[in-house]
Design a protein around this ligand. Structure first.
Ligand code: ADP
Ligand code: MG
Length: 307
């Protein structure tokens, strides 16, 4: 047995033992699972050609997302999170397997899927309103129709007063709100978000998370939310896909039993912390511990110890 397998077989410490599922959580998941499946990822494999041979970015990844579900995808850097996001969006193709949305196999980008990235991707020469109108105009709508359809989305993300502002006049959080409005204006079935709040400061990030939940509550959309922030995953998700790297693959799907609606007080509740610890242990057990093996060269004088 390898060291990694031995680690994986260790029993979980008591804090990590699954909590009992509350009746409310059981009902919530029964409701989620009774809804139709909107997104099916079926045995998706993606191999890239790297400089030193093939890179197995994804290996036989399978999961489903139900209507109105908010699924988070977590895992260490390089485990294929962005790759699966791009494949679902139709911006990249699997080497094997397939992605199905509402029964139709994905063959490229489409209006049934919206995407929000970490980097700000607004058109700098277009106002907030014009940025949101863009997808509608692309779909062949006239300017007047596009404007009247776009405006409620600008209002929804709280930017009515900034409809005529340009991206450079907005804060990072505001830009991402425009990006969300722009992705939702075409009424996609699935919103794919790849570390959308990763570049924001902690305070703005927390606001945006609360904001996203508010939007999701009011819009008919399922969300695939990619993050490497475990707090963010536990705060937002119904279920969490935990991925491992080399090759990129599914380690486990975790049901998040933290009650909804999520209140600020839940963030340090025992269940919240236990769920987070469970995610940490899943990721930790799959990762070689680099720090223990780093060769340390002493670069300071003897007698100058700090601890
Ligand atoms: P994550 O988003 O989880 O950090 P990515 O999906 O970006 O991971 O990448 C997964 C793996 O695939 C990494 O090893 C990355 O270097 C590799 N990879 C991603 N895109 C390409 C590409 N276009 N060409 C070659 N390798 C790639
Ligand atoms: Mg990524």
């Amino acid at each position: 047995m390898s060291a990694r397998e031995a680690l994986a077989n260790l029993p979980l410490p008591p804090l990590l033992q699954p909590h009992r599922q509350s009746a409310a959580a059981r009902d919530r998941f029964a409701k989620i699972y009774s809804r139709p499946v909107v997104l099916e990822v079926e045995g998706v494999t993606r191999t890239f050609t790297g400089e030193s041979g093939p890179v197995r970015a994804l290996e036989r990844l399978s999961f489903q997302v139900h209507r109105r579900e908010l699924l988070c995808v977590i895992g260490p850097s390089g485990c294929g999170k962005s790759t699966i996001g791009r494949i679902i969006a139709g911006l990249d193709e699997p080497s094997g397997g397939r992605v199905v949305v509402d029964g139709n196999e994905v063959r490229g980008p489409g209006r049934d899927r919206g995407m929000v990235f970490q980097g700000y991707t607004l058109f700098p020469w277009r106002t907030v309103l014009e940025n949101v109108m863009f997808g509608l105009e692309l779909a062949g709508k006239g300017k007047a129709a596009a404007e009247s359809e776009a405006r409620p989305w600008v209002d929804m993300v709280g930017l009515s007063a900034f409809a005529n502002a340009y991206p450079h006049q907005l804060s990072g959080g505001m830009k991402q709100r425009v990006a969300i409005a722009r992705a939702l204006v075409n009424l996609p079935r699935i919103l794919i978000m790849d570390e959308p709040f990763g570049a924001l400061d902690a305070q703005t990030r927390a606001e945006m998370q609360a904001y996203l939940i508010q939007i999701w509550r009011n819009v008919e959309v399922s969300i695939v939310f990619i993050t490497h922030d475990l707090d963010e995953a536990v705060y937002l998700s119904d279920r969490i896909l935990v991925m491992g790297a080399n090759p990129g693959r599914l380690l486990e799907t975790v049901e998040n039993w933290v009650p909804r609606p999520r209140e600020p007080g839940h963030l340090d509740s025992e269940l919240f912390v236990a769920t987070k610890r469970r995610l940490e242990s899943l990721i930790h057990r799959d990762r070689p511990q680099v720090v223990d093996r780093l060769p340390i060269v002493r670069m300071t004088m003897a007698g100058d110890d700090v601890e």
